[in-house]
Design a protein around this ligand. Structure first.
Ligand SMILES: *[C@@H]1O[C@H](CO)[C@@H](O)[C@H](O)[C@H]1NC(C)=O
Ligand SMILES: *[C@@H]1O[C@H](CO)[C@@H](O)[C@H](O)[C@H]1NC(C)=O
Length: 371
């Protein structure tokens, strides 16, 4: 690694090394995290609710937890790294708790397969989502937790002292349409609807007293094995440098620009709150462009665990299916199962998210009201 250590890597390592010093201050600042999203942030909801799910079997969890926990990775998710770096407990998956006491140290509403948009939207387009769960459901679950908290005073205590982590969400909305062979032109029309759904949820959460909100952006969709396989043979343009699908990365960028505009609008509407956009596109794109620089192997578009073919991924043999193997060293891979990233990649993205948002905030911006 040493001869390849770049300046960027050193900066990243330095920032991670500084995290423990920051933790003590942050620990007092937030009692926990309130998280919303899909399988990129689901730390056990699908497993708790259904007793199963794609990430409920080995080798999921093999690198860090040593057992499947419902997390779609070999180890920790971006959310886990952020929570740990800030000295907080892992949030309770909503479906793994019952009483107010269960949710005092944070709640995770993210659910695998969840879309941003509701069933009416998909129905109007002649589409069917993978699971009938959307941000409207996650909003309803959030309100349930508020009710459990009790009085308005108790509710505000919970929301104002929580760090709200929103997203990524929207991948499944796009995937549902692309699996049904819809065109890029049609899929692009989803962007304002998805961003609108995110904005509605955040408006509820901020209205309920949340003071610090981090909106996590879309990853480079065109560099994910599942999309590469799905669109193989369609003649879509691959970037010369990376091999990623250009138009899908453009869709992710379009999505992120709309998110950033939405974040500015929310800021204007809610002065005094810290509403931050976290770029998750650049850190993943940087690894894919120069994987060795970040300690990864030479093939950042190939899944560690999955089927065969160019990307070690097929639409029928997923990671976790009996007979489907994982690579020997997941830390050399960006993609764990073709859809979700490895513990190693997630660590990198978490560092970037922290550096660009929470750690960069002047302390008075993230300081809580003393009430
Ligand atoms: C999700 O929301 C829909 C309405 O959009 C509702 O019919 C359904 O029962 C909800 N599911 C859960 C598990 O909350
Ligand atoms: C593909 O996955 C297998 C395990 O199923 C692994 O041994 C192999 O190294 C992977 N191929 C590439 C090119 O990464």
């Amino acid at each position: 690694m040493a001869p390849l250590a770049s300046r960027l890597f050193l900066v990243a390592a330095l920032a991670l090394a500084l995290l423990p010093a920051f933790s003590a201050a942050a620990k007092a600042r937030y009692t926990g995290v309130l998280s919303f999203g899909d399988s990129l942030a689901d730390t056990g909801n699908e497993l708790a609710r259904t007793g199963g799910g794609a990430a409920s079997v080995p080798p999921y969890g093999e690198t860090f937890f040593g057992r499947p926990t419902g997390r779609s990775s070999d180890g920790r998710l971006v959310l886990d790294f952020i929570v740990a770096a800030l000295g907080m407990s892992y949030p309770k998956p909503y479906f793994a708790g019952e009483a107010a006491a269960d949710f005092q140290r944070g709640v995770n509403f993210a659910f695998s397969g969840s879309t941003a948009l509701g069933p009416e939207f998909f129905k109007s387009r002649g589409l069917t989502p993978f699971v009938p769960l959307s941000l409207a459901n996650q909003t309803a679950w959030f309100k349930k937790v508020l009710q459990l908290a009790g009085s308005v005073h108790e509710q505000r205590k919970l929301t104002s002292k929580s760090l709200v982590m929103m997203g990524e969400i929207g991948i499944n909305d796009y995937l549902v349409a692309l699996m049904a062979k819809r065109t890029g032109e049609e899929v692009r029309t989803f962007v304002p609807h998805i961003v609108g759904a995110i904005s509605s949820l955040l408006t509820e959460v901020i209205g309920a007293g949340a003071r610090t909100v981090v909106v996590r952006g879309m990853i480079p969709l065109g560099c994910q094995p599942i999309f590469l396989v799905l669109l193989e043979g369609t003649g879509a343009d691959h970037g010369r440098e990376t091999g990623c699908l250009t138009w899908l990365n453009d869709l992710a960028k379009l999505h992120n620009r709309a998110l950033m505009r939405m974040v500015s609008d929310l800021r204007r509407a809610h002065p005094g709150r810290a509403i931050l956009y976290a770029d998750q596109y650049s850190p993943v794109a940087a690894i894919v462009r120069s994987p060795r620089k970040y300690g990864f192997g030479d093939r950042p578009l190939v899944a560690c665990c999955g089927g065969s073919g160019t990307y070690n991924f097929t639409l029928t043999t997923f990671c976790g299916v009996p007979g489907v193997a994982a690579c020997a060293d997941p830390s050399k891979y960006v993609s764990w199962d073709g859809i979700h990233m490895t513990d190693a990649a997630n660590r990198n993205v978490a560092g970037a998210v922290l550096r660009s948002t929470i750690l960069r905030q002047p302390l008075d911006k993230v300081e809580l009201a003393s009430s």
